[in-house]
Design a protein around this ligand. Structure first.
Ligand code: FAD
Length: 290
């Protein structure tokens, strides 16, 4: 079991990882190879100390070099759930992994885009964020997949190999996924409907509302709503509630960066990552002496 699991490879997670490394703690850093779209996409960074208007790609490249030098590797798996157990945490991933740690730092950023009407209401009742966890439930059924990033195309392919019919709503450009049982609809769905479970999806077409009858809706996006990731976590206006030590209401679980609220800026995310890592170090010391 590692001392800490860090969820997110943006600047908040990287800052936490560098500090934990300096403090001699063991950890796993979950995220993506390219670190974060919010680093790569920045055109010019002028408000970060020491930066004179470099772009996000230059920033990402420097961070990659630093991770390499510090021998910190990113575990490229998407966390699907965090479970608080007695004095430890279990963390599951979309890829089927299950990991254990004494503490967790949530640095997974803010949720991409607005939720679809009904997404929250039907979560676990036909709405899923995880293809490999729930895909098998839809063998020979009809599903809709709202896909917010090209990086999830392999998950769309996987789902379409199970379901009888897959309606794909790609919310990005240069869609490459194809398949006999996939029908692409280039629209943003407006509502997930049903009674006890999902029965359909509504989307706009030529000024009218169209309804598709489906048994399930998969929403594939980079950052999940926090309440879908960790149950029992206290939030405020959609952000994780923390104190100055980056502690959440769950002992041993910390949050840093955009996920804790505005301002959405690198300097704040880096600072909180550092604070969370020091808090983790103190907490581990307390566990040892108790
Ligand atoms: C185009 C653009 C330009 C910007 N320019 C500036 C600027 O000039 N100056 C400035 O201060 N700020 C800027 N920002 C804001 C800044 O990018 C963010 O405040 C900062 O990146 C937040 O860092 P973070 O680590 O909290 O989150 P993020 O950078 O969003 O990182 C979150 C990471 O978590 C990963 N993740 C999410 N869910 C999971 C999961 N379930 N499992 C595993 N990994 C997961 C994501 O893939 C991502 O790698 C800009 C933002 C954008 C979009």
């Amino acid at each position: 079991m590692v001392d800490c699991i860090i969820i997110g490879s943006g600047v908040a997670g990287i800052s936490a990882a560098l500090t934990l490394k300096a403090n001699g703690k063991s950890f796993l850093l979950f995220g993506v190879k390219e670190l974060s779209q919010k680093i790569v996409r920045a055109e010019k960074i002028r408000n970060y100390p020491g930066f004179l208007g470099e772009n996000g790609e230059a920033f990402a490249s420097m961070l990659q070099d630093q991770l390499k030098k510090e021998e910190i590797e990113i575990v490229c798996e998407r966390v699907s759930g965090v479970y608080a157990l007695k004095e430890k945490f279990a963390v599951s991933t979309n890829e089927g992994g299950m990991y254990e740690s004494k503490t967790v730092i949530l640095a997974s950023g803010v949720e991409q885009g607005k939720q679809i009407d009904g997404e929250k209401e039907f979560l676990g009742k036909g709405v899923s964020y995880c293809a490999t966890c729930d895909g098998f439930l839809y063998k020979n059924k009809k599903i809709a997949v709202v896909c917010l990033s090209k990086t999830f195309e392999h998950e769309v392919e996987y789902l379409s190999s199970i379901a009888d019919k897959t309606y794909l709503f790609p919310i990005y450009k240069n869609v490459e996924v194809t398949g006999e049982r996939i029908e692409k609809i280039v629209k943003m769905p407006t509502k997930i409907v049903g009674e006890k479970r999902v029965t359909g999806l509504i989307y706009p077409e030529k000024g009218e509302e169209r309804r598709l009858d489906v048994d399930g809706v998969f929403v594939l996006k980079e950052s999940l709503p926090v309440d879908a990731l960790v149950s029992g976590l206290e939030t405020e206006n959609g952000h994780v509630k923390i104190n100055r030590q980056c502690e959440t209401n769950l002992a041993g679980l910390y949050a840093t960066g955009d996920i804790t609220g505005r301002p959405y800026q690198y300097a704040k995310a880096v600072g909180e990552g550092n604070v969370a890592a020091h808090s983790v170090t103190e907490y581990l010391q307390k566990l040892k002496t108790e």
